[in-house]
Design a protein around this ligand. Structure first.
Ligand code: FAQ
Length: 330
């Protein structure tokens, strides 16, 4: 099977011969490009992989509101404030579509939140970095949303129907997000020396963490081989990272920004850029909770969850009362 060509440290992908009849029929459906829907039979591993990925994706959208939310009150103009407000609201919407898609796999919203707050579920490493200046809002839109789109466009073709459909809506909005970020950078680069320096400084700080968003290199990716066999993922982490670099370097050059990588060089033979080694130690430290803002981000999510307890309790009490009334009337 094609997926075994991907190097992986994870479990070996079963060949068709090793599969049970049910698993084989499932794999044949996937290979034929038929979408899997919530009530269809699926291997437990497929369900678990999707719950893991979709819920972590949802958490990333929600936690991802925090770095940008930091600048809503300080946006430089009314227009920029309105745009940023709309973008941050979009991210909340993405989180909600994704939580709903995960719920179709039999996990509840409360369980997913529990997993985030207990540290069992991850969220994207990128959101553990601080937003120090207005240019960081440009860099997030341009680079972080740019990387998110690169990863999410293929997810529109994911084999699981509800995830694939959620991604179609999300990608439309992400494209606008990326353009607004690039527009901020462009505007700053047309400004004075201090503004240009601010834009360059933001690129210097966000470039490498953006490359880390695509996940570990293919040799270290635990889940890629199986996820590709199940057509949850269509590309490896390194393939998407390379596409992102190739797309972004000319955009930086066009507005006069310099990518902070002395090893960056066009490679005629491969038709793409060679780039420097990612600091994987930094990536793993951020995943372990030791990034610059991990504690702050989790505290904010915990506070939001605790502050909303009265509202959830109220809703439950109301629902229970209505249910009791209905039973009494029957
Ligand atoms: N950060 O074996 P792989 C956005 C974990 S949305 C943290 O390669 P996989 C929108 C991975 O979970 C951004 N953890 O795993 C926005 C696994 O650990 P686990 C989020 C990471 O799943 C913009 C372990 O490492 N997008 O930005 C990261 O095959 C602006 C081994 O890795 C998605 O979630 C990381 N960067 O591939 C919002 C897209 N990378 O789970 C606001 C959907 C890897 O076993 C503002 N997800 N890990 O404990 C995916 O496509 C995949 O899950 C990957 C990882 C590609 C992220």
């Amino acid at each position: 099977m094609y997926a075994q060509e991907v190097k992986s440290t994870g479990e070996a992908v079963k060949s068709l011969k090793e599969m049970s009849p049910e698993e084989r029929a499932f794999q044949e459906k996937i290979d034929a490009g038929v979408k899997i829907e919530p009530k269809d039979w699926m291997p437990e591993g497929y369900r678990k992989t999707l719950i893991r990925q979709i819920s972590q994706h949802a958490h990333s959208e929600i936690v991802g509101e925090l770095p940008e939310g930091n600048w809503i009150t300080r946006a430089p103009t009314l227009e920029r404030k309105a745009i940023l407000l709309a973008k941050v609201q979009d991210e909340a919407g993405h989180g909600l579509y994704l939580y709903c898609a995960a719920e179709t796999l039999g996990v509840s919203r409360d369980e997913m939140t529990e997993q985030l707050l207990s540290g069992k579920a991850k969220y994207s490493s990128i959101f553990n970095y601080p937003t120090l200046t207005w240019a960081d809002i440009g860099a997030i839109g341009w680079l972080v949303d740019g990387a998110a789109i690169m990863n999410q466009v293929p997810l529109q073709r994911c084999s699981y129907g509800p995830y694939s459909r959620a991604m179609i809506r999300i990608c439309k909005e992400e494209s606008f997000h990326q353009r607004q970020g690039y527009a901020i950078m462009m505007q700053l680069m047309k400004g004075d020396a201090a503004q240009r320096e601010m834009a360059q400084d933001a690129l210097n700080r966000w470039w490498w963490p953006s490359l880390m968003m695509f996940g570990p290199s293919d040799a270290d990716s635990v889940h890629s081989a199986q996820s590709m066999a199940w057509k949850i993922k269509q590309n490896t982490n390194d393939e998407l990272r390379q596409k992102f670099v190739d797309q972004t370097v000319p955009q930086a050059e066009f507005i006069g920004l310099k990518i902070p990588d002395p090893d960056l060089k066009w490679n005629e033979e491969k038709g793409g850029y060679d780039f420097g080694e990612i600091d994987w130690n930094e990536f793993h430290e951020v995943l372990k909770g030791n990034g610059p803002c991990n504690k702050e981000r989790m505290e904010a999510r915990r506070k939001a969850w605790n502050d909303g307890a009265w509202f959830r309790d109220g809703l439950m009490a109301h629902a229970k009362k209505r249910a009791a009334k209905k039973i009494a009337a029957e």
